[in-house]
Design a protein around this ligand. Structure first.
Ligand code: 5GP
Length: 179
């Protein structure tokens, strides 16, 4: 579908706010994993920007890998999670940190953590840039949260609407269509 630009209704999270929480998370994670090595899993595509920022704040040795799962069509959760791209490496014995853009219903991460746990990692934890706890359908342990946000559909900082708006440096809410 061709791009039809929508108006920005309001900015929810500025780039400065993002930078502040990324630094805080990087410090916390570096402390928690001191003396260990980390294997970071970026959940594509939305998390690529957060991953790039977070990794520069980490002071522990780390490797990165990418996984692509889909659970969303437009703005609604389908509850169906499909693996489009699996990890490149065996994660047995590794300390895994799943890097997510946003946790909403929790269905995606629930599926992913269960799957990764069957591969014998030393540990599995989750870091997310944004969290919508009010929307949770399954209980999951999210160890590190950048920022809790209200129940609004956000775009920017890697997050998209139908593939667009990932390039916005701030996180915004788009205005609804007029018709
Ligand atoms: P969950 O399985 O937790 O419901 O959904 C997680 C995924 O849904 C996220 O990785 C993201 O791709 C998408 N998602 C959930 N909420 C939002 C949102 O407010 N904006 C955007 N752009 N994607 C969202």
């Amino acid at each position: 579908m061709a791009f039809q630009e929508k108006t920005i209704d309001h900015t929810l999270v500025t780039r400065q706010m993002i930078q502040t929480f990324v630094e805080r998370l990087g410090k916390q994670i570096s402390e928690d994993y001191a003396g260990k090595e980390l294997y970071l899993i970026c959940v594509l595509k939305g998390s690529f920007m957060f991953m790039a920022d977070l990794i520069r704040e980490l002071e522990v040795p780390c490797e990165i890998d990418f996984m692509s799962v889909s659970s969303y069509e437009g703005e609604k959760s389908t509850g169906v999670v499909k693996i489009n791209k699996d990890l490149d490496r065996n994660i047995s014995g590794k300390h895994i940190l799943i890097v997510e853009d946003i946790v909403d219903t929790g269905l995606t991460l629930n599926h992913l953590t269960n799957l990764l746990s069957t591969r014998n990692p030393a540990s599995v934890r989750i870091v997310t840039a944004f969290d919508k706890p009010m929307r949770r359908k399954v209980e999951i342990d999210v160890h590190y949260v950048g920022m809790e946000i209200p129940n609004e559909f956000i775009v920017g900082y890697g997050l998209d609407l139908d593939g667009y708006y990932r390039n916005l440096p701030d996180v915004v809410v788009l205005a609804p269509d007029e018709d």
